[in-house]
Design a binder for this molecule. Structure first.
Ligand SMILES: Nc1ncnc2c1ncn2[C@@H]1O[C@H](COP(=O)(O)OP(=O)(O)OP(=O)(O)O)[C@@H](O)[C@H]1O
Length: 542
């Protein structure tokens, strides 16, 4: 099964002519030879543009590869526009599984004898069929008798098994890449696959997604910038999720957004603001910001609001991560590479024996070209990417949540620039960074810490008199106990000392007795050996 799937993957890549993506001069001679000998696997679509071939290949390989393509579709900084456009079409373009089967899965998961027990209507034809799940429109009968438009997301049957098998093959390919690619060690393909594995397996649990959506919705309650649909948590199961149906415009539909005169500049800025709010205010961010998951409300195009779905992948940050980001970004944008290097050392992110000059110069080498551009064109995501790859060379363990953040940042930037190409990211993000850095020092930080610790003291204060009384009462008892233990220790110490002295005297008598026995008078030897026995017995008995 494994081998046949492996063969299938190779076959698909070759039949769509994707080997052409690697320039022939980069391919080793034996790979070129093998390619020529596999004549039956020739490129079957020579007339299709490479982007289309890539999309079709990924699509035919199934969910794991489709997700990979979706991830790539927002990397417009890396891919030519025509390939990115093609990959963007990977969303919702998967053949659906039968709606009747979805209905059965819902009934089983929610323990219904018939779907109509809970839903006044259920559309058997799926609304969307994505790589991992399928979405059906329905109308939920609420407890107060009213109806609510909902969508029901159902995980594809048997998908877990397929995904795990494909991930294992990917891991095998990654191991080969790590071993044979000239850059294999630095790229750490196996680590990349293992992180991807974690992410995709998390996505298979809709209960986790429901909890994330609830949290994100709460964080943006009343916000003008982001809306998260309501999740009916009573009907959340690992493979089924019921949520409010939304009717927004997909963010990639620029024509529709323009047609309703959306304020694109504001929309682009809000994207960046929403992201930095999630990172620096909430430490909890939506980390699957591909265009298929972001919509724009049809209401108030002059005050446009995002609608986010699919909260399967989220990132969380601790204050150390935030400090890392804020301080490094600020130092970077001041082009103070020494500070960046010193920050890494002082905070223990790289080992203490790192040569700060070498580290500084490595950072300068990769980052200075980025800063040749006008500030408005600089990509934060790229800055981070370069910093991470440099820091890795200096033995920094880059935390997965920071890698996730860096990837999300690239998506957000790509999206913002697609909506409004003149978007000045630095201007939009700077206030967030500066206010965070300011909050971390001086009186506001102190006040926040007092506030953060207030619940602890509020809980402990009423118990204080009792605790104090107990301590005072126990004080003398504790002291007496300690005194006793101290005396016991002293006794043991004396005993040990006596034993050592007696043993030493016995040894001394034995040696001198032995010498006297051979060279001296017998009476002296006898007396000394008698002393040996005396001190020896004393050492044993004391
Ligand atoms: N609340 C909703 N209201 C309306 N349509 C929705 C809603 N949730 C999902 N959809 C539709 O279903 C599609 C797939 O949903 P979602 O992205 O949550 O599934 P997924 O399997 O995680 O997809 P993907 O693999 O693209 O991440 C969306 O692109 C959208 O068209």
């Amino acid at each position: 099964m494994r081998f046949s799937r492996f063969y299938h993957i190779q076959k698909t890549l070759l039949q769509y002519g994707l080997d052409e993506l690697i320039p022939a001069s980069w391919q080793p001679w034996y790979a070129r030879g093998m390619r020529k000998s596999a004549f039956w696997l020739h490129n079957r679509y020579p007339d299709y543009p490479v982007g289309k071939r890539l999309r079709l290949a990924l699509q035919s390989l199934g969910p794991v590869w489709i997700k990979f393509g979706q991830m790539l579709s927002t990397r417009r900084d890396l891919l030519p526009a025509e390939i990115a456009d093609e990959l963007a079409r990977l969303q919702d373009k998967v053949d659906p599984f039968p709606g009747e089967q979805a209905q059965q899965l819902i009934e089983q998961a929610l323990e219904l004898t018939d779907i109509s027990e809970l839903f006044s209507s259920f559309s058997v034809t799926p609304l969307a069929s994505a790589s991992i799940a399928q979405v059906h429109a329905a109308v939920l009968r609420q407890t107060d008798g009213s109806d609510a438009d909902v969508v029901i997301k159902v995980i594809r049957p048997d998908i877990r098994k397929q995904i795990i098998a494909d991930l294992d093959l990917m891991d095998g390919l990654a191991a080969i890449a790590a071993r044979y690619l000239p850059d294999g060690k630095r790229l750490r393909p196996r680590e990349v696959v293992s992180e991807y594995r974690k992410t995709i397996l998390d996505e298979l649990d809709l209960q986790r997604e429901a909890a994330n959506a609830i949290q994100l919705r709460r964080n943006f309650e009343g916000s003008d910038s982001l809306y998260i649909p309501y999740v009916y948590s009573d009907f959340s199961r690992p493979n089924v999720m019921v949520m409010e149906r939304i009717y927004g415009i997909p963010v990639s539909d620029i024509a529709a957004l323009n047609a309703q005169h959306t304020d694109m500049e504001l929309l682009a800025k809000r994207g960046v603001e929403v992201f930095f709010t999630q990172v620096f205010r909430d430490s909890f961010f939506h980390a699957d910001m591909h265009p298929g998951n972001i919509f724009v409300s049809r209401e108030h195009p002059e005050n446009p609001k995002y609608i986010g779905i699919d909260c399967g992948i989220v990132g969380t940050l601790n204050s150390e991560d935030k400090r890392y980001l804020a301080e490094n970004f600020v130092a970077f944008f001041n082009r103070d590479y020494r500070k960046v290097a010193q920050l890494h050392l002082d905070s223990g992110w790289v080992p203490v024996d790192t040569n700060v000059e070498e580290f500084e110069s490595a950072i300068r080498t990769v980052c200075e070209p980025i800063f040749q551009k006008p500030l408005a064109d600089i990509s934060f995501g790229h800055v981070l990417l370069n910093l991470f790859s440099t820091a890795r060379r200096f033995n920094m363990q880059v935390q997965p949540q920071l890698v996730l953040l860096q990837k999300t940042l690239l998506y957000v930037e790509g999206l913002g620039r697609q909506l409004y190409p003149q978007l000045d990211l630095w201007k939009t993000a700077k206030p967030f960074l500066e206010s965070w850095v300011k909050q971390q020092v001086g009186l506001p930080a102190l006040w926040r810490q007092v506030k953060d610790n207030a619940p602890f003291w509020a809980e402990k204060l009423p118990q204080m008199p009792t605790l104090l009384h107990r301590y005072l009462e126990q004080g003398p008892k504790q002291q007496a106990l300690m005194l006793q233990q101290l005396q016991l220790l002293q006794l043991q110490q004396h005993k040990a000392n006596r034993q050592i002295i007696a043993a030493a005297l016995a040894a001394g008598s034995l040696i001198s007795g032995t010498i006297a026995f051979t060279v001296g008078p017998l009476w002296l030897a006898g007396a000394l050996l008698g002393g040996t026995i005396f001190f020896g017995v004393k050492a044993l008995l004391s």
